[in-house]
Design a protein around this ligand. Structure first.
Ligand SMILES: C[S@@+](CC[C@H](N)C(=O)[O-])C[C@H]1O[C@@H](n2cnc3c(N)ncnc32)[C@H](O)[C@@H]1O
Length: 276
């Protein structure tokens, strides 16, 4: 039997109800992806018939999504800071709360920036788009992630100003730079088990921060001052409950620095700021 767009959206909404609070929207996004039509076009033509291949592919994606597999990995894209990024299962799906880090970084108008653990490249690329004079170094342990980041940098025409490096944190870099930014892995071992199914499809390397979640942050705080000019800034995304522990770590490791915690839109501690 042939499905119309209206039928396909009804079926899709029903199948996704158990895994998302926005089943209708996600059904529209998947159908738009499969047909190559914009959502507004689809909605304007509810009577359009799906071809057999379109229906087969749409049903395949619905079945996948219904297991909890993340929507952005199915469509291969996500929006971050008003820009579209390609994502694959090799990279963390950029989160809205990371936009707080980008907002804050832009206030410093840096000329030289290091992004540690760049993943899809979303932080470095969003900054590069808004800071046309600045130069960037972006590291990641994952070569597969760096390939995605490089592709995103080309897509946004900033690849000539970002040097991508496969590296452990800041190891090969010498500095000094104006700003070091990072959204490091910060999930604690015991939290990992209670994460939603969809998150467990993302790379463990992007999420796990060791026993108490602070392992990578600790190393970053220990290493970053060597790379920063005097008066330079370190901005690190942290977990919602890690604020006071991370502040204490920073006070220990970087005595004399100006240290503050910045909230996300939900009011949770989200970014550690250290000014040397
Ligand atoms: C939380 S994800 C952040 C990705 C991206 N910056 C974002 O905000 O969406 C952390 C990233 O750090 C990388 N990573 C983990 N340990 C690392 C290390 N020791 N050195 C460099 N990168 C690392 C992971 O591969 C992953 O891409």
């Amino acid at each position: 039997m042939t499905w119309t767009v209206a039928q396909a959206l009804r079926v899709g909404t029903d199948r996704l109800r158990a895994v998302t609070e926005t089943p209708r929207l996600e059904a529209e996004i998947l159908l738009a992806h499969v047909t190559g039509l914009g959502r507004t076009v689809l909605l304007a033509h509810p009577e359009r018939a799906l071809g057999p291949e379109e229906r087969k592919e749409y049903e395949r994606l619905l079945a996948c999504r219904a297991t909890g597999y993340p929507l952005p990995y199915l469509t291969g894209r996500v929006e971050f800071y008003g820009l579209e990024f390609r994502v694959t299962p090799d990279v963390l799906i950029p989160r809205p709360e990371t936009e707080v880090l980008v907002d804050r970084a832009l206030t410093f108008r840096p000329h030289t920036v290091i992004d540690v653990g760049t993943g899809s490249g979303c932080i470095a690329i969003a900054l590069a788009v808004h800071l046309p004079e600045a130069r960037f170094w972006a590291t990641d342990l994952s070569f597969a992630a760096l390939r995605v980041a490089q592709e995103n940098a080309h897509r946004h025409a900033v690849a000539n100003r970002i040097c991508f490096l496969q590296a452990d944190l800041l190891s090969p870099l010498t500095g000094p730079v104006d700003l070091v930014v990072s959204n490091p892995p910060y999930v604690a071992e015991e939290e990992w088990i209670s994460l939603p199914v969809s998150v467990r499809h993302e790379p463990a390397l992007a999420l796990k921060g060791g026993e108490n979640g602070l392992g990578v942050i600790w190393r970053l705080l220990a290493e970053a001052p060597r790379l920063l000019r005097s008066g330079g800034t370190l901005l690190v995304e942290i977990g919602a409950t890690q604020g006071e522990r991370v502040r204490a770590l920073a006070q220990d490791l970087i005595p004399g620095a100006r240290i503050s915690l910045l909230p996300d839109l939900a009011g949770h501690d989200r970014v550690l700021e250290v000014v040397l």
